[in-house]
Design a protein around this ligand. Structure first.
Ligand SMILES: [Mn+2]
Length: 426
């Protein structure tokens, strides 16, 4: 088990401590003038956590090629080690979201203990019926849960039920179902019948759900299917979640919508019907680009969190996970950066004066209302995020500390390059 040395974190934190104290105090005074208690915000930042997908620490790829990185994780044990590094430096990523079959092992109790050594627990478990596995009887070439062939659907159902079993051993309480099912040709399939097959299959999975579990339904507009997709949008997802029952909810992946879609409004609608499961965070410009969260449109990320913080009195219990593909960066650095950007949006959204905003909205004072959001959004809350990390033993500057540790170079010698390491674009 490799860790970033606490001595290194302590030394680098010490070097930056004076500047951090100064920035934190200055921000505290500024916020106090605005009637905001910086300590309360810091406490919120400390409590915040987002899940790391186990496949995210590997280098992703495009439809054309994959350029492997140095010292890539070769298996779930290496992945947990990398996720442990992210958690030790950022302190805001306390769980990992496993993927089956990529993370299959023979002893899940041992895996749970292994994760616990890194201070990690297991979040939602992800099933995979979008690719064929070695030794599989039926192919998913023409779909899985919505396949025209009953035996193929049965195989996909059984896989999801197995995921629930594995998840229970890992301490997970949610199953995320995303299927790539769809068509590439008009007339290829009957769109109504496909949806009925999907619902029927999902019902059988739902029946296998333990009482304290939730099923997350993830929609995606297109890809790999390009003419029609069985769960293409939040409407289809909501129909399915409502048909299944109270334990089924809708997961919003920020990259899975048409360009320019008002995602924060979808979030508000799903909150309204009590069907919002949570998020897969990433960013995009054109489609499901799986770019780093907050790297292209941080304001949109903020606006999503604005809806979430606004709805906090409703007692939301949401799942937050990063879902990105890292093609040109060190995945550990990207995941640390993204986790900090997500926490930033959350803390910024927490700055909004909800009472004053409601009053401005009720009075149709358009510009005042807008400026309240912008005032929160342009506030640099970095000192709060750094403070939250440091108070928990993390790094004031996680990426600089990681670079100084030489972790990647060490792994490059320990982990020889393997061909065909799994990557995720879901
Ligand atoms: Mn996703």
């Amino acid at each position: 088990m490799t860790e970033i040395s606490t001595d290194l974190i302590g030394t680098l934190n010490h070097q930056a401590a004076e500047a951090q104290a100064e920035d934190y105090a200055a921000l505290g005074r500024q916020l106090a003038r605005r009637g905001v208690d910086i300590e309360a915000l810091t406490q919120r930042a400390i409590n915040w956590t987002v899940a790391i997908p186990t496949w995210g620490v590997g280098t992703g790829g495009t439809r054309f090629a994959r350029f492997p990185g140095l010292g890539e994780p070769r298996n779930i044990h290496d992945k947990l080690e990398d996720c442990g590094v992210i958690q030790s430096l950022t302190r805001g990523t306390r769980t990992v979201s496993p993927h089956i079959p990529w993370d299959k092992v023979s002893d899940y109790n041992a895996l749970r203990q292994e994760a616990a050594q890194y201070g990690l627990g297991f979040d939602a478990i992800n099933s995979n019926t979008f690719q064929d596995q070695v030794g599989q009887t039926k192919s998913y070439k023409f779909g899985s849960l919505s396949n025209a062939d009953a035996m193929t659907r049965h195989q996909a159902i059984e896989h999801n039920l197995e995921c629930i079993e594995i998840g229970q051993k890992l301490g997970s309480t949610a199953l995320t179902v995303w299927v790539g099912d769809g068509t590439n040709f008009a007339g290829q399939q009957n769109m109504g019948r496909m949806f009925e097959h999907y619902l029927d299959a999902m019902r059988q999975i739902y029946e296998g759900l333990p009482n304290d579990w939730t099923m997350y339904i993830e929609h995606k507009m297109y890809e790999p299917a390009f003419y029609s997709t069985v769960i293409s949008d939040w409407g289809s997802s909501l129909i399915a979640a409502q048909a299944l029952g109270s334990q089924a909810k809708c997961l919003v992946d920020l990259g899975h919508h048409a360009p320019n879609t008002n995602i924060e409004q979808i979030v508000a609608r799903l909150i309204h019907v009590g069907k919002l499961a949570g998020f897969h965070f990433n960013d995009s410009k054109y489609g499901d680009d799986d770019l780093d969260a907050g790297s292209v449109d941080p304001f949109r990320l903020f606006l999503v969190f604005n809806e979430l913080v606004d709805a906090e009195p409703k007692g939301l219990n949401l799942a937050y996970m990063i879902d990105q593909s890292h093609n040109v960066t060190d995945p550990i650095e990207s995941l640390m950066s993204s986790s900090m950007e997500i926490a930033r949006a959350y803390v910024q959204a927490s700055l909004v004066d909800r009472k004053a905003l409601t009053e401005a909205q009720e009075a149709n004072d358009v510009l005042a209302a807008h400026r309240m959001l912008k005032a929160a959004y342009i506030t640099d809350v970095s000192p709060i995020l750094a403070e939250a990390r440091a108070r928990q033993g993390g790094a004031l500057d996680p990426i600089a500390t990681y670079r100084a540790s030489g972790y990647r170079a060490e792994k490059a010698t320990e982990r020889p390059m393997v061909v065909g390491a799994s990557s995720g674009i879901v």
